[in-house]
Design a protein around this ligand. Structure first.
Ligand SMILES: [Zn+2]
Length: 340
């Protein structure tokens, strides 16, 4: 294939995203740029999602507070009405006060006077408390409303941003794919047999952007329809053989190499959870998603893989144990000590 020189890149119009890249180097740059944008946007998305979650929690606290305040308000109003009733039923007349002033107040009058003083003080206190509580309730209610409106707005903005990202990324993928086809590379053609895989393809595969490795540069697995980078494929065939000896069947594969378009469709089903398109190890032909038991954490198959896969350069990455939890996801690292 004809690859134009690095320095002879055509001048690009400002902001011309749709311009077809004309060689592999430029293709990689374009793909890299698009992946970087998506990565940044995803980070922003995650931050936004976290802040909305915090805000929702705050809203819940406020609503709980509001409920508590309303309950207390109800309780406060109760004694005030009871006290009013009590005062009405036990009026302290001029007689009582007069005899008190004259120094011949009897026990009952004194007790009655003391009760009145206490009742008046209690009532005053209750009235003040009620007013404060009523103010608090009103403040909490309006804060909660504001918070809810803010959150709704943030959610709407977020989904609009995801739409924009999707459109932009679609455009880049289309233009990159078209450019590859123009360069004479067939993307969808699957190669022949796994064991005929030539490890020299690794270097060639590495010169392609993530998710845009032509199938002729990858090696097919024994599992139909799946392929990986040459070294990963060869190691997987050996791992598969060991697995077959132990379980009497081949490793079940859901997904191996994933094109950029396929990465996109996974990403947009769960933005912020799946790897950003152009960043996934599936796009390098260095990751597999497994089934047949391995996908269940701590199953016999999973544990066997944990104990044996490393001998073949395959491992379960640390992140996949928790965020996101993906027991089915395994990766190949040529640096891991291999018995091959
Ligand atoms: Zn995966």
């Amino acid at each position: 294939m004809a690859v134009t020189s690095l320095v002879a890149l055509p001048a690009r119009a400002a902001g011309a995203h749709s311009k077809d890249p004309s060689n592999l180097t430029e293709l990689r740059k374009e793909a890299e740029k698009s992946a970087k944008e998506l990565e940044e946007a995803t980070r922003a998305l995650e931050k936004r999602r976290a802040s909305i979650a915090t805000s929702e929690k705050e809203l819940k606290t406020k609503l709980d507070g509001l409920h508590q305040a309303e309950l207390r308000l109800q309780q406060m109003r109760q004694p005030v009405s009871e006290m009013a009733e009590l005062l009405y039923q036990q009026p302290v007349g001029a007689d009582g006060v007069a005899s008190f002033l004259a120094g011949d107040a009897n026990q009952d009058t004194l007790r009655s006077m003391a009760n009145v003083t206490q009742i008046v003080r209690d009532r005053q206190y209750a009235v003040e408390q009620t007013a404060t509580l009523a103010r608090d309730t009103q403040r909490l209610a309006s804060e909660a409303q504001e918070l809810r409106a803010d959150n709704l707005l943030a959610e709407a903005q977020m989904s609009a941003e995801i739409d924009t990202l999707r459109r932009r990324s679609d455009k880049v993928v289309k233009s990159l794919t078209a450019a590859l086809v123009k360069l004479g590379i067939k993307i969808d053609k699957v190669g022949t047999a796994a064991l005929k895989c030539n490890p020299l393809r690794i270097a060639t595969a590495n010169s392609y952007p993530n998710g845009l490795i032509p199938s002729s540069m990858l090696c097919p697995l024994q599992q139909r329809g799946h392929s990986l980078r040459a070294d990963a494929a060869i190691a997987f065939v050996s791992l598969n053989e060991a697995y077959r000896r132990r379980f009497g069947r081949q490793i079940c594969v859901t997904d191996a190499y994933r094109s950029l378009a396929a990465q996109q469709s996974v990403y947009y089903r769960r933005p912020g959870f799946a790897a950003v398109p152009g960043r996934s190890n599936h796009g390098l032909g260095l990751a597999v998603d497994l089934c047949g038991g391995v996908e269940r954490f701590r199953s016999v198959e999973f544990v066997w893989m944990e104990q044996n896969a490393k001998r073949y350069g395959w491992f379960h990455p640390d992140w996949a144990y928790s965020s996101p939890f993906e027991p089915w996801h395994w990766e190949y690292d040529p640096k891991i000590d291999s018995i091959l």
